[in-house]
Design a protein around this ligand. Structure first.
Ligand SMILES: NC(=O)CC[C@H](N)C(=O)O
Length: 225
């Protein structure tokens, strides 16, 4: 059975929900503590949402130095699928596994809403079961979701198909080019601000579009063996 590691940092909030989503999708969730040095042979890793280390300095800036992150950086550079959700996306940017940075929302408030996204690239481990141009609805909830990058990086992301999602309709936080999620060159590391783990069950809907992320992972892994 596919084993998906879910990391818990001090201050993580959505690690339990991420693990539940993994289980709901028929995969095995493996809890990984931030201080551990061992990925326990997992097939993929999720860095969940929350407030790691109290969001001090900058969201994700301290979590980046957790022992588990040096293991994840090495493994990701060798192709391990990694999904960073919200605070997890912030950690991935701070770790330089993904380019750019996330700063305070332009309206200076915490934003919590159902958010429509447009799928820009299905050329990643976590979106290969989606359609290009497909619109999906995923919960958004953060204070520092405004994606920025320098012009050269932006041009490269746009030119090399590394923008994975854009906000559809109203841009909720001032992210440059409406960017909601990006990937690395190889397409195994994806980070996004909205929370797919909250959109996998009827009870907590309204959409079930979060399932597509796990279906993508499953189809990528089964095509590989
Ligand atoms: N939902 C989250 O993961 C929040 C991330 C981060 N603490 C922020 O407010 O931006």
């Amino acid at each position: 059975m596919t084993r998906v590691g879910v990391v818990t940092f001090p201050g993580s909030l959505d690690d339990q929900d991420a693990a539940r989503a993994v289980t709901v999708m028929g995969l095995e969730a493996v809890p990984l503590w931030h201080a551990a040095h061992d990925l326990e042979g997992v097939d993929a890793v999720i860095l969940p949402g929350g407030f790691s280390y109290g969001d001090y300095l900058r969201c994700g800036a301290i979590a980046r130095f957790s022992p588990i992150m040096s293991e994840i950086i090495d493994a990701a550079n060798q192709g391990l699928p990694v999904l960073g959700i919200c605070n997890g996306f912030q950690v991935l940017c701070e770790s330089h596994l993904l380019p750019g940075a996330l700063i305070r929302n332009d309206r200076r408030t915490f934003v919590c809403r159902d958010q429509r996204l447009e799928v820009i690239s299905r050329d990643t481990v976590w979106t290969c079961a989606m359609g290009e141009g497909q619109e999906i609805d995923i919960v958004l909830k953060n204070g520092e979701g405004r994606y920025i990058a320098d012009e050269e990086t932006l041009a490269r992301l746009e030119g090399e198909n590394q923008i994975v999602f854009r906000y559809s309709g109203l841009n909720p936080n001032g992210s440059v080019n409406d960017i909601a999620g990006v990937t690395n060159r190889r397409g195994n590391v994806v980070g996004l601000m909205p929370h797919p783990e909250h959109n996998v069950e009827e009870l907590t809907g309204p959409s079930l579009d979060g399932r597509l992320f796990f279906e993508s992972l499953a189809s990528f892994l089964s095509a590989r063996v």
